[in-house]
Design a protein around this ligand. Structure first.
Ligand SMILES: Cc1cc2nc3c(=O)[nH]c(=O)nc-3n(C[C@H](O)[C@H](O)[C@H](O)COP(=O)(O)OP(=O)(O)OC[C@H]3O[C@@H](n4cnc5c(N)ncnc54)[C@H](O)[C@@H]3O)c2cc1C
Length: 404
């Protein structure tokens, strides 16, 4: 399956990562991770730092999956608003989930700083504007809910929005302590670090099946088998080698990246921008002053091949962006389409398979995938090392729209 097509921006900001450890191999690993993207590399870091032996296998270049297409908005708010999640799973768990997301942004920042990764991590506020009149009440309710549980946020009336941005909207929820990141540079930095800590990295290894062999797992691949006590699937939006049904829809999203814009001073704190309508536009700036805009999600799983279609959609996004920022001299420098998974109940899939012992998933489906990768890495580390993790139940696979 093609998970993205078109011209990606992040790979132009860095050089390809070449692992050094491909010739080494243990007879038995504590953990083999399938997938060397955001989820796999963060989980490997958590596990190797807990003292476990770890290998990562990936059928492609490491970091070249949806991590390279990720627009890198890091937010504690989710596609499902807190008050809606409270209706869905109850107050205690919903608030706890939002707190986990809030802490995950913080956790990513701590890793960036501790490992000194040049990942262009910058704190930004986010604004989620009401796309239409009827959604004003929705964001007011969400503002009151976030405030009640102590999340840093604000509400901008129309006149405030007009003062802070070149566009006008009826109202907007503002959340603080969010951030932007260059996801590819971040993952490359993580891979370099974990390799130096002893994690073995194997690109171009396609995992095809996993069988239990004398209490251990035999991981059958396109080449030789690997053996491990535990396996974690961090395979992103593709079908996992094991597991029948995942309660998710795989769609596709379009992105364009503009030319650098000299003066962004009329853009309040270069805030991350999104909106209440579905599918929503999502907008941010980059370290070199470009604007990244995503949206126009379609109900089809594969990224389209047609450059013409990708450019047509990118032009549509450009038109919508020009309406928001009419004074910018905006052009399309990069345009791409990518598969994008969303879980039916708006929660990620993190935990042990309900019937297959020692086989774990970390699938961060939804707009907040990076935050889910971060919080999932901690939950899986705890589950595998036998530490109690009270949050694991919220995102476990054994649920109505989970994994079977
Ligand atoms: C257009 C777009 C915009 C996005 N924007 C945001 C955003 O702003 N903020 C945010 O938080 N999230 C965003 N996301 C989501 C984010 O990209 C994902 O959550 C994140 O990339 C997932 O990382 P991952 O490691 O789980 O998956 P991936 O990066 O896709 O890694 C999975 C890896 O598994 C490998 N693999 C799969 N199957 C096998 C197999 N059988 N054998 C071996 N290897 C295998 C693949 O080759 C791949 O490298 C966006 C996604 C898209 C597509």
């Amino acid at each position: 399956m093609d998970i993205h097509n078109g011209t990606l921006y992040w790979p132009t900001t860095t050089t390809p990562f070449k692992p050094q450890s491909t010739k080494e191999r243990l007879d038995l690993y504590d953990v083999v991770i399938v997938g060397a993207g955001m989820s796999g590399s963060l989980t490997a870091l958590a596990l190797v730092e807990a003292g476990l032996s770890v290998a990562i296998l990936d059928k492609r270049d490491m970091g070249s999956g949806s991590t390279s297409a990720n627009t890198g908005l890091l937010q504690y708010s989710n596609d499902i608003m807190l008050y809606e999640l409270i209706d869905q799973i109850g107050e205690k768990e919903a608030v706890r989930f939002y707190k986990l997301c809030y802490d995950a942004v913080d956790g990513i920042e701590k890793i960036v700083k501790r490992l000194q990764i040049d990942a262009e991590f910058i704190h930004r506020p986010s604004i989620c504007y009401a796309s239409n009149e009827k959604d004003v009440d929705k964001i007011k309710t969400e503002y009151a809910t976030l405030k009640r549980y102590g999340f840093p946020c604000d509400y901008f009336e129309q006149d405030e929005i007009e003062k802070k941005f070149p566009f006008s909207k009826l109202g907007a929820l503002v959340t603080f302590n969010d951030a932007e990141i260059n996801p590819l540079k971040f993952v490359q930095g993580l891979l370099k670090e974990i390799e130096s800590l002893g994690v073995h990295l194997f690109p171009y290894v396609d995992v095809q099946d996993v069988v239990t062999e004398n209490d251990n797992l035999e991981i059958r691949t396109s080449g030789q088998s690997f053996y491990a006590q535990h396996i974690i699937y961090t395979t992103g939006y593709e079908t996992t080698p094991v597991g029948k049904r995942i309660g998710a829809d795989i769609n596709r999203s379009y992105v364009f990246v503009s030319n650098p814009i000299k003066d962004l001073s009329d853009w309040y704190k270069k805030a991350l921008i999104w909106e209440t309508k579905r599918p929503y536009l999502y907008i941010r700036t980059t370290a070199d002053g470009r604007i990244i805009v995503g949206g126009l999600d379609e109900d089809k799983p594969e990224a389209p091949f047609s450059d013409e279609l990708i450019l047509k959609r990118a032009n549509n996004l450009l038109k919508q962006t020009k309406k928001l920022f009419p004074n910018y001299d905006l052009n399309i420098d990069y345009a791409y389409a990518a598969s994008f998974g969303e879980s039916i109940d708006n929660l990620p899939f993190i935990g042990e398979h309900p019937t297959k012992n020692n086989q774990y998933y970390l699938l961060g489906y939804g707009g907040n995938g990076t935050v889910y990768s971060m919080l999932g890495s901690i939950i899986l580390r705890d589950l595998i090392t036998g530490n109690r993790n009270e949050d694991a139940e919220i995102v476990q696979l054994h649920r109505k729209y989970g994994v079977t």
